[in-house]
Design a protein around this ligand. Structure first.
Ligand SMILES: *Cc1c(COP(=O)(O)O)cnc(C)c1O
Length: 376
């Protein structure tokens, strides 16, 4: 792979294998919905969606209507669910993009039915609340009333019932088991009104903690990208990170003891050392303040020193005189026997994995490949 100033390599074959792993974990009867919001967690929504669908995912989910429209423009025909709240204009765009939408109140249903008939039928997924407390219908009666209202109207249908489960249990909260049971009851009650609906609740952390998926579909984001939903190491969960972040050595400077480097002389050499300038910085999505970050140069871990600048960072090469200008530098990925995960780099920035990759700017070129072979 070429090393421009900063490149994000995205291995679509790894995405495919992660879909297969999610499928094996969920069980043969359970559909995989690939969550590609936030431009596919920064990996690129359309290429990730295509790779996930080719590997057995059958549905896609995004957060906004514009994200659904972008996928349609990219030629993707699979069902798309827009999960976020929608303004009236956004609802129009979602419907025009032949996406399904999520509802937890009557307004959206009214907006949908106020539209001209003859624009096809829009599938609505009812969002029920089993304790997250953010959005959702809270009781069976309310949910049944809305479902009945929808089924009585034309141009709109109940396509699913969903909930969002919290990642980590608050000790005062009912347990995950209680929430799943509650969701199951709500889904059962709605299925009496619309037998064909799909029930879905589990996301990556819940699927990882459960031996099997329990409903008709799982919505997976982290698992798709090979991220550890708990922010640690994805390897023990048999997940394969799809994204690498690489740069190169742009210049090397020798420092004598006491020499300083970086803005404001934030780094002072204690012994004679070599400092490499690597042309990737917070303008590419890193953070000015990183604590204890490392990169890989020549197959070895090297400390990032001083503050990260907008366009570059500095790496202490120690007394190793073998590094050369142009040498590849790995910020996320493997080099030799060493490995740096997105979780590790994100941790040094006070962020989580997806927060880091969502924040990679347009200046970082995305290069798509399948196990090293470039794809279009
Ligand atoms: C983002 C999102 C997901 C995916 O979550 P992961 O933990 O990344 O698998 C699932 N459901 C909803 C409603 C989401 O917003």
């Amino acid at each position: 792979m070429t090393h421009e100033r900063a490149t994000a390599g995205v291995n679509l074959a790894a995405i495919g294998r992660n879909v297969e792993r999610a499928k094996a974990r969920a069980g043969p009867e359970v559909a995989i919905c690939a969550v590609v919001k936030g431009d596919g967690y920064g990996h690129g929504a359309a290429p990730v969606a295509s790779a996930a669908l080719a590997a057995g995912a059958t549905r896609l989910a995004v957060s906004t209507a514009a994200e659904a429209a972008d996928l349609r423009r990219a030629g993707i025909v699979a069902p798309i669910l827009v999960m976020g709240p929608l303004s009236e204009a956004e609802l129009e765009l979602a419907v025009a993009s032949r996406a399904e939408v999520v509802a937890w109140h009557r307004e959206l249903v009214e907006q949908l039915t106020r539209r001209d008939a003859g624009t096809g039928t829009t599938g609505v997924h009812l969002h029920v609340d089993v304790g997250m407390g953010n959005v959702g219908l809270r009781d069976v009666g309310q949910a049944r009333a809305l479902a009945s209202e929808i089924t009585a109207k034309s141009g709109v249908t109940v396509a699913g019932v969903m909930t969002q489960l919290p990642d980590a249990g608050d000790p005062d909260d009912p347990s995950l088991e209680d929430r799943l049971r509650r969701f199951s009851e709500l889904a059962g009650a709605l299925r009496e009104i619309e037998p064909g609906l799909i029930a879905h609740a589990e996301n990556s952390p819940v699927l990882i903690r459960s031996p099997r998926a329990r409903f008709d579909m799982v919505r997976v984001g982290d698992l798709l990208y090979g991220f550890d939903p708990f922010g640690a190491d994805p390897a023990p969960h048999h997940l394969e990170p799809a994204l690498t972040l690489t740069s190169r050595v742009a210049s090397i400077r020798r420092l004598r003891p006491g020499d300083t480097a970086g803005y404001g002389g934030r780094f002072a050499a204690e012994t004679a050392t070599r400092i490499a300038v690597v042309p990737v910085g917070y303008g590419d999505g890193l953070r000015r303040c990183t604590r204890g970050a490392h990169v890989l140069v020549g197959g070895r871990r090297r400390a990032v020193v001083g503050a990260v600048a907008m366009d570059s960072l500095m790496v202490d090469l120690g007394d190793d005189g073998s590094a050369r200008i142009g040498d590849p530098v790995v910020l996320i990925g493997r080099q030799g026997a060493e490995r740096i995960t997105a979780e590790e780099l994100a941790g040094t920035m006070g962020a989580v994995n997806a927060e880091l990759t969502c924040g990679l700017t347009a200046r970082v070129r995305r290069v798509y490949h399948r196990d090293g072979e470039r794809s279009a």
